[in-house]
Design a binder for this molecule. Structure first.
Ligand code: MOS
Length: 745
């Protein structure tokens, strides 16, 4: 009896392709006659282009064209569609006007026979500007805006959430905390650069693109080129990650497609690392005021969370820092509001755990500070304020086990040995700091379609037009198909990342796994039903003249229920006898995300316990140990799951101690726009990370009880680290990242 692949540590099925270099990323596709495009970015952040001098560039041998507003041809605007269609953070088509609104905005495009020539040509394009002073101020004050504002996804009330009377309750509260927390602009730095390879065949456009959402990209590009949707195909076989930066289309993609159209040749455009700091999004800078009122015993009586974030001049990505605020703790009086401040920066966009990650940094930091003020243990403070239901929606949680997370985390970490006084814990001559925080993230489903085939050689194929951003989606799909069909993992072919496949979910919101379970299961059931019909309809079949209802399918074999599995026949035999290569089933499942009337509040939960070591003599701060516990439903692949959470914790170390994008006040340029100056956590920064999963399947999400785990690991970790820093050093840093100069005091 083969054992189920669900819940087993399963190495990546695509691992061999990756380590052997056979996995093709967007810029690995090459075509005869393909040309290379390199954009010219504005070197001002505010103003107008007066004149472009392309003469020198055009004269270079091997240069095919230098495109700009006058000769790129038509690139139309796009609009949002129903559901999750038509989403883009930078809506303005490239080159639409001569206004420059952020540093690096594309104003021309050099195309040549080689990448090197195109780069050299782009470098000699001379631009004359009418320059105005850019606004990249880091101090954020909400712009004067109406109470309801348009955002990328939808209209939003700036009074995001309200219950009771938060002001009055705060004023009367025996214990009060009023602090402001700041998170910097952060830039996504996946190893794979953004890239487009655009190929026209008559009026059909194929895009090889690093995309976390191939169907959305297809819809947008079809609009931009005025094409029927079926005339555009987007292929993303592999992604060298994205972290949200590749969720929505960026301007390089229509530029590559337009250049390919104008020249009648395939065109490849790879966005440089430096340009990725300018033109492919970043996490917004946030400034968040948190006010907490509590009783002397630590019961919250009031919570106010007022946040402001920066955005680009034209676009309205919503950084929802209040995503978790209204349900994470029990509090009768609450108010959450937001405001936005326009800056001369490129569009902001989702970045791993958008909204909730900066938001929970603020609210969890405030909880830790309140615990100190009350002189009670920070875990205890959270236990006291654990809600019985989602007080925002007034409905129960589908599965909330945050207290069990704290319990297990505290035990594994040894939290009971913590002595709260600053600098009171030592080991091997180092000062220790211990901190903790809780976290949460959305658990829901996007709509999904999938197909499953059973084939006459005993193999199966599962197809779904979702993407694997490096997180293990190929493997999960293989596991799901194997579970239902009984075909061993090694004999399951997985196809994804292509708009010619059944429409799959965006690789966003950590929702792919939860979303694809019902669609793949339904597709497998449908393929099996088809197989059973074949079994009963094939002359000479042992099941001939039976009714399909009398048959069972288990572990890849067909048998008569009444006879038991003893005389079971492999499905490949059934197909061969019928002279069929394959049977196919399709499956489809609906979204739960965005449901206006949910019966349950569905989220994942978790916590981090962190140790830092501090050497005041040399101002050396290290994260030395992390214990993370996640309540994320049933984990389908614990190996990939742990890997996800470890990666998120590493990113959290970067968020707390290293990452920030700095804009030059004079030019508006992101000045640390390279991997030497934009410092992310690397192996040397990574301590032992002890990840644990609770096992509470959430049956509201799907039949396996699986929620997602890509993003939640980054939520809360920065608050845990800064609390540990305070415990070690006595310094409360409320503006990330923690810098040595903060600690030299
Ligand atoms: Mo995630 S920021 O939804 O890719």
């Amino acid at each position: 009896m083969p054992t189920s692949p669900i819940g087993r540590d399963t190495p990546r099925v695509d691992g061999p392709l990756k380590v052997s270099g056979k996995a093709q990323y967007a810029s690995d596709f090459h075509f005869p006659g393909m040309l290379y495009a390199v954009p010219v970015g504005a070197t001002i952040a505010n103003g107008r282009v007066l004149k472009l001098d392309t003469a020198a560039a055009q004269k270079m041998p091997g240069v095919r064209a230098v495109f700009h507003r006058e000769n790129i041809g038509k690139i139309f605007r796009s609009i949002q569609g129903p559901g999750f269609a038509g989403i883009i953070d930078e809506r303005r088509p490239p080159f639409e006007d001569d206004v420059v609104r952020y540093y690096g905005q594309y104003i021309a495009l050099a195309v040549a026979d080689t990448f090197e020539t195109a780069k050299a040509a782009a470098d000699v394009v001379r631009v004359t500007y009418a320059e105005e002073k850019p606004n990249v101020d880091t101090e954020l004050k909400a712009d004067d805006e109406p109470d309801v504002v348009a955002t990328t996804f939808s209209m939003r009330e700036r009074l995001q959430s309200q219950r009771g009377d938060a002001d009055a309750a705060f004023t009367r509260a025996p214990v009060m905390l009023d602090q402001t927390y700041v998170t910097p602009a952060e830039t996504h730095n996946p190893i794979e650069l953004h890239a487009t390879t655009a190929v026209w065949d008559g009026s059909t456009l194929t895009l090889y693109e690093g995309s976390q959402g191939v169907f959305n990209l297809r819809g947008i590009l079809a609009q931009m080129f005025g094409l029927p949707i079926e005339s555009v195909r987007v292929i993303t076989r592999f992604l060298g990650s994205g972290f949200g930066g590749k969720l929505w289309p960026w301007t390089h993609c229509p530029l590559a497609a337009a250049a390919a159209r104008q020249l009648g040749k395939p065109v490849q455009l790879v966005v440089s690392r430096k340009m990725m700091f300018q033109t492919t999004g970043h996490r917004a800078r946030t400034q968040q005021r948190v006010r907490l009122g509590a009783t002397a015993e630590g019961k919250l009586v009031s919570l106010q969370h007022d946040y402001v974030y920066h955005r680009s001049m034209l676009d309205a990505h919503h950084e929802d820092c209040g995503e978790a605020t209204a349900f994470q703790y029990s509090v009768p009086n609450l108010r959450v509001t937001f405001g936005r401040a326009k800056r001369n920066v490129g569009s902001t966009v989702d970045m791993r755990g958008p909204g909730a990650v900066p938001g929970l940094y603020a609210t969890e930091s405030a909880m830790n500070e309140l615990a100190e003020q009350l002189n009670i243990d920070p875990v205890r403070l959270r236990v006291i304020n654990e809600p019985k239901i989602d007080e925002e929606l007034g409905i129960p949680f589908s599965s909330r086990h945050l207290l069990e997370c704290f319990e297990l985390g505290a035990e594994k970490f040894g939290w009971s040995r913590r002595t709260p006084a600053v600098g009171s814990m030592k080991r091997d001559g180092l000062t220790l700091g211990w901190g903790m925080a809780g976290c949460t993230w959305i658990a829901a489903r996007f709509p999904a379609e999938a197909s499953v085939q059973l084939r006459d050689d005993g193999t199966a194929r599962v197809a779904c037009g979702t993407q694997d951003i490096g997180t293990g989606t190929y493997t999960i799909l293989a596991q799901l198909a194997s579970e239902k069909t009984g075909v061993p993992l090694g004999k399951v072919e997985v196809a994804l990342g292509d708009t010619s496949l059944p429409e799959g979910p965006l690789s966003g919101g950590s929702m792919v796994t939860g979303s694809v379970v019902p669609a793949v299961f339904a597709a497998a059931d449908s393929a099996i039903a088809s197989l059973l019909t074949v079994a009963t309809g094939t002359p000479g079949s042992p099941f001939e003249k039976r009714n399909p209802d009398e048959l069972a399918f288990e572990d890849g074999r067909v048998f008569v229920k009444a006879d038991g599995a003893g005389a079971a026949v492999p499905f490949a035999d059934v197909l061969r006898r019928a002279n069929l290569r394959l049977v196919t089933g399709s499956g489809k499942s609906e979204a739960t995300f965005g449901n206006p009337k949910p019966k349950f509040s569905t989220h994942s939960f978790g916590c981090h316990f962190v140790e830092v070591t501090w050497q005041p003599e040399i101002a050396r701060l290290r994260v030395s140990r992390v214990v993370t516990v996640m309540d994320a439903g049933r984990i389908l692949n614990p190996l990939a799951g742990r890997n996800q959470i470890e990666g998120a914790v590493v990113m959290g170390i970067g968020m707390a101690l290293l990452e920030h994008t700095s804009y030059d006040r004079r030019t508006g340029a992101p000045i640390n726009s390279n991997l030497a100056d934009y410092v992310v956590a690397v192996n040397a920064d990574v301590p032992p990370i002890d990840v644990h999963f609770l096992d509470f399947p959430d049956m509201e999400i799907n039949a396996l009880g699986a929620r997602g785990i890509g993003e939640i690991g980054l939520a809360g970790i920065a608050a845990a680290i800064t609390d540990a820093v305070h415990h070690a050093t006595g310094v409360r840093v409320r503006e990330l990242p923690v810098k040595i100069e903060h600690l030299l005091g």
